[in-house]
Write a protein that binds this ligand. Structure first.
Ligand code: NAD
Length: 456
């Protein structure tokens, strides 16, 4: 369908006021859930074709999160959308104040390829729950999952309410020229800038879910076995193509050797000695990303892994030792199965170093010391994170998820997602039986004195 046609349809649909009914939204969310459930095999098949991801991993990292969001929205949308009474100030006596939640209108959700379902469907669920119309633009890099979503959604929903527009840069640029009431973008910082500039032309509010280099701090008192297990899981999940994956490890010199050994051991336990033959280990999305990652493997610094196979887009879980902040692998977000390990002696210095870099999307701390946990949370500015774990903070729908500065702006999941796609309309209800004479001219000294006495 042509971009302009779909925009016109959705504007008309929103003006019909159908989406203002919470009952209608719940019905749509229920049919959304049914469509996904009835077509799981299509969804599993598509993601396997895109980057060889197993059903199990697809379920735990994608579909289970999507179902959880739908179920939560169905259960809570009535409560979230109820208008709320607020205390009224003296100047407005006699009156009542209320905040009414209203949908923003026509929205655009642009997704990334690495978790193609959850990154497009979860914001769409929040937007639907909040009563908006939605155009979803999945990534063209994961073309099978993009086609699967287009088929399921476009065949089952009124296009005026929900529509998947497939395509790449050209189609996204066309969409960005239109006036939307909200743009929700997940992707790279570079494209985030383009989206922000396009949104500025129409003063459209945006949420940017971007990436960044997320550090994992490991302190001498950490439980090393558990630390290594959780870092290895979070890093090599989806072959490192995860926005909140620990990008690099900062480990205290005293325990570096022990941690490296444990990491190597845990990678073997999780992915086996030959991950290539296993359906539990994901492939790199395309040749361009393969070449980029291959270039980041400092051959003389490989601690373990480092095997590559371009034809099969395979890079084994790779750990790099003796890395410094000046190495190439420390320039940009890695977004692949390469884990650089940097050692430190002085916590103050390393915290300051991290603080001089762009805000990470996530930060992880492995320690038993409360003081250090609190210090890192207070002193480093980042999107969100975990203490003694990686990645899983994003699985709790009740925690708002998002970045800060370079890693994004705004947040979503659960109630936060509903609010991201809603406008808070403040209304004052005034009674007619009283009008304070202090409001009106002529002004005089007596009135000023009385006013000050009341206010102060
Ligand atoms: P990307 O920025 O290349 O693409 C994202 C979307 O933008 C795609 O739909 C694509 O079609 C579109 N796009 C690409 N170039 C464009 C252009 N010039 N003009 C207009 N639209 C354009 O990102 P990606 O490679 O799909 O995803 C990887 C990045 O996304 C990483 O940086 C990762 O950290 C980030 N990410 C962030 C989150 C999060 O929740 N914060 C989640 C997943 C991925």
């Amino acid at each position: 369908m042509k971009t302009q046609e779909i925009i016109n349809l959705q504007r008309e649909y929103f003006c019909s006021n159908k989406t203002k009914s919470v009952k209608f939204r719940i019905e749509q969310l229920k049919s959304f859930r049914k469509i996904l459930k009835d077509n799981e095999s299509l969804l599993f098949d598509a993601i396997d074709k895109d980057f060889g991801k197993s059903q199990y991993e697809t379920y735990i990292t994608e579909l289970s999160l999507v179902y959880h969001e739908i179920n939560l929205a169905i259960k809570k949308v009535k409560k979230w959308s109820r208008s709320k009474y607020i205390v009224t100030n003296l100047a407005n006596f006699p009156g009542k104040s209320r905040v009414v939640s209203e949908p923003l209108g026509n929205t655009l959700v642009i997704g990334a390829w690495n978790y193609p379902y959850q990154l497009t469907l979860i914001p769409a669920i929040s937007a639907l729950a909040a009563g908006n119309t939605i155009v979803i633009k999945p990534s063209e890099l994961s073309k099978h999952t993009s086609a699967a979503m287009a088929k399921l959604i476009n065949e089952n929903f009124d296009h005026g309410l929900l529509y998947v527009q497939e395509g790449g840069v050209k189609e996204t640029t066309e969409l960005l020229e239109q006036r939307f009431d909200k743009i929700f973008f997940t992707g790279s910082t570079a494209v985030g800038r383009i989206v922000m500039q396009a949104a500025a032309n129409h003063l459209t509010p945006i949420t940017l879910e971007l990436g960044g280099k997320s550090p994992a701090f490991v302190l001498p008192d950490a439980n090393l076995k558990m630390t290594a297990k959780r870092i290895a899981w979070g890093k090599f999940l989806n072959a490192g193509q995860t926005c909140v994956a620990p990008d690099y490890v900062l480990v205290h010199t005293d325990i570096k050797e022990k941690l490296l050994k444990e990491l190597k051991n845990q990678v073997k336990i999780i992915h086996g000695s030959d991950p290539k033959g296993k359906e539990t280990y994901v492939r790199i999305i395309n040749k361009r990303h393969f070449a980029r990652l291959n270039d980041l493997i400092h051959r003389d610094k490989i601690y373990c892994g480092g095997e590559t196979d371009e034809e099969n887009l395979y890079i084994s879980p790779t750990i790099l030792d003796n890395i410094s902040f000046d190495d190439k692998v420390m320039e940009d977000e890695i977004f692949g199965p390469i884990l650089p390990v940097i050692e430190f002696n002085n916590l103050d210095e390393i915290i300051n170093k991290v603080r001089t870099r762009p805000n990470p999307l996530a930060l992880y701390v492995f320690t038993k010391t409360s003081k250090i946990k609190k210090r890192l949370i207070r002193e480093v500015s980042f999107g969100g994170g975990a203490i003694n774990d990686t990645v899983l903070h994003l699985s709790n729908s009740r925690l708002p998820f998002g970045g800060k500065g370079f890693s994004g702006t705004g947040n979503y999941h659960g109630k936060a997602g509903f609010e991201t796609f809603s406008h808070k309309k403040s209304i004052l209800y005034k009674a007619l039986w009283f009008e304070p004479f202090l409001k009106y001219a002529p002004y005089n000294k007596f009135k000023l004195k009385l006013l000050k006495w009341i206010i102060e």
